[in-house]
Design a protein around this ligand. Sequence first.
Ligand SMILES: Cc1cc2nc3c(=O)[nH]c(=O)nc-3n(C[C@H](O)[C@H](O)[C@H](O)COP(=O)(O)O)c2cc1C
Length: 186
Amino acid sequence: MSEKDELLLEVIVKRRSGRAYSDKPVPDEMLESILEAGRRAPSCANTQAWNFVVLRASEVLNEAHEALSRGNSWAKEAPIMLIVAAREDGGCPAHQLPYFMMDVGLATENILLQSFHLGLMAHPTAGWNEEKLKEVPGIPDEYRIVTVIFIGYEGDIEELDERNREKEKTPSTRKPLSEIVHWNKW
Ligand SMILES: Cc1cc2nc3c(=O)[nH]c(=O)nc-3n(C[C@H](O)[C@H](O)[C@H](O)COP(=O)(O)O)c2cc1C
């Protein structure tokens, strides 16, 4: 493996979905490069099903926090909520699979990696009330919110409640390759 390959894998492995955010503002140039990374993702037949809605004005964030599930209250400290929304018919129709979800997933991973590369934390979530959240920025009915990514600088883990503090201290785990890779035969 070249040195370059090792560096990319290191970034992928080190990225975590952190929960302790600082209220330090994220510079516009950083946010723009994160959105650019999302836009550059591959998508089925280049359909680019994703839409990004950036919430960062404090009154808008306060309203959006009402839609969070109780388990995600840590997210209220993050200075940016990035909603990723798409139409269910926005992807390509191959195999009758909902490829809009794959487009959005690829854009999301680009966003997570670029955020981490810039020294920020980015945490994708599904724990919120979709209808309530759509009302805040006025997302049209025909769009679905697929994920909300919380972005910001890392804060102090000790300020989290005990449950979330423990989660932060738990090492990241994945299934071993032997369980998920099939060589030549399933
Ligand atoms: C689609 C999706 C939804 C998620 N929803 C939540 C969520 O609502 N709350 C939360 O704390 N983490 C959420 N996560 C983060 C996962 O729990 C996390 O990615 C997983 O435990 C692996 O940890 P890591 O990202 O730190 O490696 C979500 C991740 C994905 C991809």
